[in-house]
Design a binder for this molecule. Sequence first.
Ligand code: OKP
Ligand code: ZN
Length: 349
Amino acid sequence: MLTIHSDDHRLHHAAFEWAGGERVPAFETPQRADQVLAGITTHAIGQVIAARRFGRAPIERVHDAAYVEFLSTAWARWQAAGRTADMLPYVWPGPRMQQRRPADLDGELGYFSCDVYAPITAGTWTAACAAADVALSGQARIDAGERAVFSLCRPPGHHAGIDYMAGYCYFNNAAIAAQAFLDGGRRRVAILDIDYHHGNGTQDIFYTRDDVLFVSLHADPREAYPRFTGFAEERGSGAGAGYTVNYPLPSGSTASAWFCALGAACEPIVRYRPEVLIVSLGVDTYEDDPISSFKLRTEDYREIGTRLARLGLPTQFVMEGGYAIEAIGRNVCGVLAGFDACRSEGVKA
Ligand code: OKP
Ligand code: ZN
């Protein structure tokens, strides 16, 4: 399988994050993508190519232009104020408060985010644009007839909504690719999100639409980030009613429960008859992931690839989470190799 990559991801490097009331080293590091890239070579997944640049227009097809503009200038404004630490918000518009854009930088930072897990650093804008380019370059390859690609995006994207950053995510790479498929003339795109965490941003972007089916398998929000979205009752609204499907799983779920849910999640996808499938690929479902609780083992990732290949669809894998540095390469490559192996046997009904 072809992999798309950009070295610019390294420009985004958070100094720390908050956990258990303490400042701890950030879990979302440049090493993650470097390890996956090393795995692609070690496991002979295939060719790696650099992303092309697509500019702001395809990003603004899913994100609010004011949010994009804020992200593009935030660090320079922060620096001009004499500040040097990572930018993190402290105040958000809560329930029943006015959703009004504040007039100064600290206020806007809260307005355009919904948690404390997406710091803006010196290189965040460049890296986030590069991740979108990695997604768009993969999309262009599928559009040109490639059967499957892996977009090695970093920073990840599925928590970024129409007008906010959250949970290590700034631009929603999978959503940007989905919109590009539609803008290129496809009419039905499915996104399957198998990251441990609910893809609240992707859901936000497509919640009222029927041209993108969003199906997500994730830890029950009652006991996991992002806490306030991802319940089974969230199913889309308006024209989008029925086009969001959530499968929350209990904390501590094992592979057998997870694969059972994957089987269920594939049913609405098959029924939708999408022209293309985007997989938001997180491997933080792994048993030794430092911030998650599912119990998948390395051998399970190959099986995931096999199951997805059996759907018989043009497929774009988009990298999301996975924080067990030592295992991230082999787990991601397990999925890709499993997919490729099943594909080369020929897809049988
Ligand atoms: C991003 B992706 C950990 C609390 C959760 C934010 C997690 C963002 C996950 N102590 N922190 O979905 O992998
Ligand atoms: Zn995750």
